[in-house]
Design a protein around this ligand. Structure first.
Ligand code: F6R
Length: 608
């Protein structure tokens, strides 16, 4: 959600920042811009609405020189996505880029306007530029002005600032939105995440919340919120070109769909004792046998993964679970058991809603266990225990492989809890573990079904509305399918528990509203069959994902079927995720939408 990149060094800075923005574009693509200090140490800017390609064109008209630069790719919150509202914002002798929301901007703006400051944009971010320039005008040094400025800000921010007449100086600050420093040879970088910094530097320091930093080409000084100098660890991040590129695929989403087997396999491998071949998770900050209850929270797809986790934990580990989307749980204020467990799920580890719940629950003495793809993220640093998935960078805005990796961790967690709570005997445990170990190869088989799924996609692409049906543990997979379709093809889709159809939504059924059923023969199949027959009797067009046995029973009911390998009911939700995501991808291709960067969206949503 908004990407920031900055450099201070000895080489022309614009191409470096531009390429950094390319790697950050998944965080927002409403507009983009770069500001540099030119040979006279004056700020020059180039900005463009829309995607980075527009900025590339604009840069041909307005080339920027200089070795100190900041850049930004925007997901609009305050102010329309116009060139005028694009970052960097300039006021007097400073330029800034900002990710987040300045919650007290209206009040600050009014104060600044009373002092004669003229605002040129509708953004909250411009306030930061004016405040900074105002502090400079009061005679403060850039460093002191930066500190004085951030102390006045409320809300969430990651900011990068450059100053006229101060070539070779770049200042960054973060509170509630991520920012990292990359160490180069005679140059330093700022970036919203390690992806931006990856080809530039393998040595990265993540700023803690409240930190701010002063970068010169050959030095870095970090301060905390009290203004005291602090040391933060330098981590080695080795992302390969293959991990951050498309690797020959047309879209990141296509590449990431093909990475399901590896993401599942690597994630499970990490949680498995190689000698006993038993699932073994790191020591918990509590004894799972003593837990009275657990809370699960997340947003979007990660929330649906949590819903599957609830089914598993309740049915197999007999652990009662309270689950809600983070933006609701945050303000619902349910009573929590003393020293209970809160399980948070997030690909990015930066989602503001989920992070807000983490902090609220921590304040209520809950032990925080997070399932994360980016383990060095803010959530990772603030959790009591991180269960890392090994999905690799996920760049397409719509989540794919992170979802099956999240489910793999949740399955492993369930087996561990069930063993410790005495609800699973050894034979059952072995059976479940084996079904997990077989999954990567079944997932690879499903990747061979693109052609069959494309036939279904042709029907869906004609529709205005689509219903997804699932039952039990496959209900969240129906929800994931509907979300993915909405997100990237812009076709309206809703997911219903199939048994709920007759309580209302069945009135929507006619031949123009395809019904997509997630129907493995192992999970409440007879009930699902009856529900599909009810839909069929009313002229519904039934498209089913099932297995060989299910396919026999669905003959004459389903108009189209995609037949998946037979798997144990335990892992069916993981396997059935893959074809519903492929379906959305294929529909999006037919509709010609922007698959990796769907309209209005951004990855890593760092605002509430
Ligand atoms: C859907 C999608 C989003 C994310 C949600 C949570 O395809 O990508 O719904 O799942 O924004 O993001 P994380 O997992 O980063 O917290």
């Amino acid at each position: 959600m908004c990407g920031i990149c900055g450099v201070v060094g000895h080489r022309p800075a614009t191409p470096i920042v531009f390429e950094g923005l390319r790697r950050l574009e998944y965080r927002g693509y409403d507009s983009a811009g770069i500001a540099t200090l030119d040979a006279q140490q004056r700020i020059t800017r180039c900005r463009a609405s829309g995607k980075l390609d527009n900025l590339a064109e604009a840069l041909k008209e307005t080339p920027l020189t200089g070795t100190t630069a900041i850049g930004h790719t925007r997901w609009a919150t305050h102010g329309a996505p116009t060139t005028n509202n694009a970052h960097p914002h300039k006021a007097g002798k400073v330029a800034i880029v900002h990710n987040g929301i300045i919650e007290n901007y209206a009040e600050l703006r009014q104060k600044l306007q009373k002092n004669g400051r003229e605002f040129k944009t509708e953004t909250d971010s411009e306030t930061v530029a004016h405040l900074l320039d105002e502090e400079l005008k009061r005679g403060l040094s850039p460093k002191d002005a930066a500190y004085a400025t951030i102390r006045q800000l409320e809300g969430a921010y990651a900011v990068a600032m450059i100053f006229e007449d101060h070539e070779g100086l770049l200042i960054g600050a973060r509170h509630g939105a991520p920012l990292a420093i990359g160490f180069g040879e005679g140059e330093m970088f700022l970036g919203s995440d390690s992806l931006a910094l990856a080809p530039l530097s393998q040595r990265i320091t993540y700023l803690d919340d409240g930190d701010w930093c002063v970068l010169h080409a050959d030095s870095v000084t970090i301060y905390d919120a009290t203004g005291s100098e602090v040391q933060r660890p330098v981590q080695t991040v080795a992302l390969t070109a293959g991990q951050i590129g498309k690797d020959g695929y047309r879209h990141f989403m296509e590449k990431e769909l093909h990475e399901h087997p590896v993401a599942i396999g690597q994630t499970l491998q990490r949680m498995m004792d190689p000698v006993t071949r038993r699932i073994t998770l790191p020591d918990m900050p509590f004894d799972p046998a003593d837990l009275p209850r657990a809370t699960i929270t997340a947003c979007g797809s990660a929330f649906y993964a949590g819903m599957v986790g609830r089914y598993w934990l309740e049915s197999l580990a007999r652990l009662p679970v309270d689950i809600d989307v983070a933006s609701e749980l945050r303000y619902r204020n349910p009573p929590q058991p003393n020293q209970g467990m809160a399980l948070l799920i997030s690909q990015s580890g930066e989602t503001a809603d989920t992070l807000g719940v983490l902090r609220a629950l921590k304040a209520e003495n809950q032990r925080i266990v997070s399932i994360l793809n980016v383990e060095q993220s803010t959530m990772g640093r603030e959790s009591d225990l991180v269960l890392g998935m090994v999905a690799g960078p996920e760049i397409s805005v719509a989540s794919t492989k992170a979802f099956t990796a999240q489910l793999s961790v949740l399955a492993a967690l369930t087996i561990t809890f069930a063993r410790k709570r005495g609800t699973l005997d050894e034979a059952q445990e072995q059976k479940l573990t084996q079904s997990l170990l077989d999954l990567p190869s079944h997932a690879a088989t499903v990747l061979g079904l693109f052609d069959a799924i494309r036939k279904m996609a042709r029907i869906i692409a004609q529709a205005r509305d689509v219903l997804y049906l699932g039952r039990g543990i496959c209900m969240p997979i129906a929800q994931e399918g509907a979300l993915k379709l909405k997100e990237i093809s812009y076709i309206h889709a809703e997911a219903y528990a199939a048994g709920e159809l007759k309580h209302g939504p069945i009135s929507l059924i006619d031949p123009s509203v395809p019904v997509v059923a997630i129907a493995p023969s192992t999970i409440l199949f007879e009930k699902m069959l009856s529900n599909l027959q009810e839909a069929k009797a009313r002229g519904g067009l039934i498209l089913a994902f099932t297995d060989a046995q299910g396919a026999k029973r669905l003959e004459g009911i389903a108009d189209h079927m995609v037949v998946l390998p037979d798997v144990d009911a335990f892992v069916a939700p993981i396997l059935y995720t893959i074809p519903v995501q492929i379906l959305a991808y294929e529909v999006a291709l037919l509709k010609g939408t922007d698959v990796d960067q769907p309209r209005n969206l951004a990855k890593s949503v760092t605002v509430e």
